[in-house]
Structure formats: structure tokens, C-alpha cells
Design a protein around this ligand. Sequence first.
Ligand code: FAD
Length: 229
Amino acid sequence: MSNRTVDVVVIGGGPAGTACAGRLGRAGLTVVLVERELVGGESAYWGGMPSKALLRPSEAIAEALRVPGAREIVRGELDSDAALRRRDTVIDSLDDNSWMAWLAERSVELVRGTASLAGHRRVRVGAETLAAHRAVVVATGTAPALPPVPGLADVDPWTNREATTATTVPGSLIVIGGGAVGVELAQAWTSLGAHVTLRVLAKFLAELLHGELARRAIIALGRLVDRFV
Ligand SMILES: Cc1cc2nc3c(=O)[nH]c(=O)nc-3n(C[C@H](O)[C@H](O)[C@H](O)COP(=O)(O)OP(=O)(O)OC[C@H]3O[C@@H](n4cnc5c(N)ncnc54)[C@H](O)[C@@H]3O)c2cc1C
């Protein structure tokens, strides 16, 4: 069991934790960032980055089709295999090595492992206890929650993780929930060739159709919405 003292311990290397650790490191504090999975967090590997990468090919095609002079060279179908390969590049094939230089530039030390709070400004990671002279920052994010839909757990449903890293396009997909993440993923997979059913509350759909999201979502929804619950 080893003990040492630094200025700040940041638990969690997602967007919040890395931004915080980086700024504090730049300001001259000694900072340890503790991460149990991948530096970059949900956003970089299972969130906005891969979902935008999945959406990008259809957006680029739509953009070209709007422009006379460019639309004439758009031929054939979207290549879903190439789109998935590009997604893998965007998420660095689930490797966070590219973050190491970023952390080093800011003098942030990375400790890999699961942190737990071990008293006032004390954090335990494996056999090591880190004492924070100034603060402990808890930036541990959230985890997906399964809604209480009877039978749902039995069908081994995708969460955002599977939905952003799947290596083949499913024949069909039901997306439960019409928030930003649900609509975005529904739109992405339908553009890649899946038959997608988006299940949303009717009340939410009314809000959606009056909202800013409507302009972008409506094209996809025309193909997506089979029925509402
Ligand atoms: C499909 C999808 C699309 C999205 N698109 C957007 C978008 O376009 N724009 C946007 O702003 N947001 C978007 N989001 C939301 C965004 O991903 C989250 O808001 C963001 O990741 C939250 O950052 P965070 O740092 O709070 O948490 P996280 O990214 O969850 O990071 C928390 C980190 O803490 C680590 N951790 C947890 N517990 C411990 C522990 N005990 N010890 C050590 N490490 C621990 C985890 O491993 C994780 O790396 C999207 C999300 C999804 C799912």
C-alpha cells in the first residue's frame, strides 16, 4: 500500500474530467487523473464522436445532391462497410493512446484503475492511496439505464455502446426513446441500411415536430416512424 499527496485528484477521464485536469495542470497544479476505462470517456468512443461519424456519409451525400455541379457525380449506394471503417478511425479503434501526449503537455499524470473515495480528500486506486492537498473532483459520468419495459432485459438490448460500435448493419432495429441520442442513432442506422422503428411517446413527438430538431429529423422520421407508444 503506497501513499502520496498531489494537489488535485480527478476521477474520470471523460470530457468533464479531462478538461478539468488539463486546465489545472496548465495552471501549475500537480494533478492525477484516474480512469478505469478509456481516456476520452463516453463521448469519444461510444457517444457523439462515433454517432456523428455514422451520420456523416449520408449528410455528405445529401449536401452534394443539393448542389448542381456536384450532384451529377453522386452515383450508386452509400457504402456502409466504408462508413463503419471510418467510424473505427474516428474512435481510434477504442485505443486512447492519442490522449497521452495531450495529458503530458499539461503535466497531468494518468493512473489507470477504479477509484473509490477513502476519506476526506483521499482516493484509493488499487493498492495506492492518493491524498489531495486541494481537491478531489468526481467526474464519473453516467451509465445507461434500462427502462422498465417487460421482457426488455431478456432480449439483450443494445445500449449506446453497442449502437455506436456495431461492426455490421442490423437488418432491423427498434430505438426506444426519441431524445437527441435516440433520434440521432435511428437516423444514422437507417442511413446505413437498417430498417429502423423509432418508438417515442406521442407527446414527445409533438414537441419534436415543433422544435429545432424537426428540420433535420423529419427526413429520417418519414422512413422511420412506423408507430408510436
Ligand atoms: C450517442 C450519443 C451521442 C452524444 N452526442 C453528444 C453531442 O453531440 N454533444 C454533446 O455535448 N454530448 C453528446 N453526448 C453526451 C456526452 O457523451 C456526455 O454528455 C459526456 O460524455 C459526459 O461527459 P462526462 O465527462 O461527464 O462523463 P463520461 O464521458 O461518462 O466520462 C466519465 C468517465 O469516468 C470514468 N469512471 C467512472 N467511474 C470511475 C471510477 N470509479 N474510477 C475511475 N474512472 C471512472 C468512466 O470510465 C468514464 O471514462 C452524446 C451521448 C451519446 C450516448
